[in-house]
Design a protein around this ligand. Structure first.
Ligand code: AIR
Ligand code: ASP
Length: 264
């Protein structure tokens, strides 16, 4: 592996103790700007940044199903920081500045494009349902889908024409977002394969910062379908959505395989 870094897993107190005054200022949360189902976004001291805080709350079916996955916030922050760092090293521009502590990450302030980009390698979930096909069929080429991020409308599927016509991003930006999505898929598919996991599908969100497209939000078992290569066991949020149990263990298994690989 080319990736020899490992972000220190810090608790709030030890993190604060090890930081300079300037760095401590960076970690200070100001106003709560937005509260989502799994994360909060705070203003940071420095106006160029936001602080994103991961919660343990889990929801599915547009919030109709609610629960807690123990330590999910800590695990997802960790996984997402490691994967974003890896993507940055592979040339993908992201919002990541640095992981601050267990649940907090400093990110670049940007204007989010209200479009979810889903990339699929294997049939599952809404695709299998919509097309009336079984789950688990490997696709000959990846499928890329766009959804308008709007809970009240249940995130309807759209295409690039809708996104551009509605002004959510311009045509070139939408095309670039799709191309970046496919590039991320190639990098992540190979990475997960190395740790014995099939990257079935995943969701990305992008933002625009100083006229540039950056990958935002998170990449975690909340936003990906991850199946163990040998057993095909689900290691992602479908355990929660489908009442399979063992979600915390599954998330821990994913973070432990990622950390083991990246520390090699
Ligand atoms: N996803 C979509 N909206 C929210 C999330 N997390 C992710 C799912 C799955 C992929 O997008 O976690 O990995 C496709 O979801 P679906 O439901 O369309 O099959
Ligand atoms: N988190 C979303 C919701 O609450 C979608 C999902 O992951 O199923 O509905």
């Amino acid at each position: 592996m080319i990736l020899k870094y490992i972000l220190p897993m810090l608790t709030l107190s030890s993190a604060a103790a090890g930081y300079s005054k300037g760095e401590k200022l960076l970690m200070e949360k100001k106003a709560l700007l937005y509260e989502g189902k799994a994360k909060q976004i705070y203003a940071a001291e420095d106006e160029r940044y936001f602080i994103m805080t991961y919660k343990d709350e889990a929801t599915a079916f547009d919030g109709a199903k609610k629960g807690i996955i123990e330590d999910k916030g800590i695990i997802n922050n960790r996984i997402s920081c490691l994967l974003f760092k890896m993507l940055e090293e592979a040339g993908i521009k992201t919002h990541l500045v640095k992981q601050l502590d267990e649940r907090n990450v400093l990110v670049k302030r940007m204007k989010m494009v209200p479009v979810e980009v889903v990339v699929r390698n294997v049939t599952a979930g809404s695709l299998a349902k919509k097309l009336g096909i079984e789950e688990g069929l490997t696709l000959p080429i990846p499928i890329i889908e766009l959804y308008y991020k709007n809970d009240d409308l249940h995130d309807p599927m759209i295409n690039e024409y809708h996104a551009a016509a509605m002004g959510w991003a311009n045509w070139e930006e939408i095309k670039e977002i799709q191309a970046i999505g496919l590039k991320i898929n190639e990098i992540l598919k190979r990475f997960f394969d190395d740790i014995g996991i099939i990257l079935v599908d995943f969701k990305l969100e992008f933002g625009i910062c100083d006229g540039r497209i950056l990958l935002g939000d998170e990449i975690s078992p909340d936003s990906c379908r991850l199946w163990d290569k040998q057993s095909l066991e689900k290691l992602d949020k479908d355990r929660f959505r489908r009442d399979l149990g063992g979600e915390a263990e599954a998330y821990r298994e994913v973070v432990s395989r990622i950390e083991k690989n990246l520390s090699k």
